[in-house]
Design a protein around this ligand. Structure first.
Ligand SMILES: [Zn+2]
Ligand SMILES: [Zn+2]
Length: 139
């Protein structure tokens, strides 16, 4: 028996959040911003409806960075640096949560790879059958 995790936290534990409904869609983002902020080849993240997201603890620790030329605000814990979620600056219903931020199995599995035009040169794209997009995956 497995239960789907709807809670998440940062590395230091100061920030805790929950979803009121499990995430239903996820993918890998290979854009250069995700490479920089994760330090990895891609960011695995679930797309969620921001109305299902609730910060339980550590709101004062959460900092956001808004790219000057637009795009989702990247939110992280200012104490430990863990990247947690991102959100559309003008539409609070559009959010993504890093899969690694969940405390357990979020249930959802990545089903696409986006921004492959900018993929890291040092890691081949796995031949895993996921949907592929050179730019953004359409919402
Ligand atoms: Zn933290
Ligand atoms: Zn990205």
């Amino acid at each position: 028996m497995s239960t789907t995790s709807v809670t998440g936290s940062c590395l230091c534990g100061g920030v805790r959040f929950e979803l009121t409904e499990p995430a239903t869609a996820a993918g890998y983002c290979h854009c250069t911003r995700c490479q920089k902020r994760t330090g990895a080849a891609a960011s695995a993240q679930a797309r969620i409806d921001g109305r299902t997201f609730r910060l339980l603890e550590g709101e004062e620790l959460v900092r956001g960075w808004r790219p000057p030329d637009g795009g989702f605000e990247k939110c992280f814990c200012s104490k430990c640096g863990a990247h947690l979620f991102s959100r559309h600056p003008g539409d609070p219903t559009q959010m993504s949560v890093r899969l690694g931020a969940f405390d357990g199995d979020p249930g959802v599995r990545p089903s696409w790879r986006a921004y492959l035009a900018y993929a890291a040169p040092w890691e081949p794209i796995p031949d895993d059958g996921l949907e592929r997009y050179m730019e953004a995956k359409p919402r």
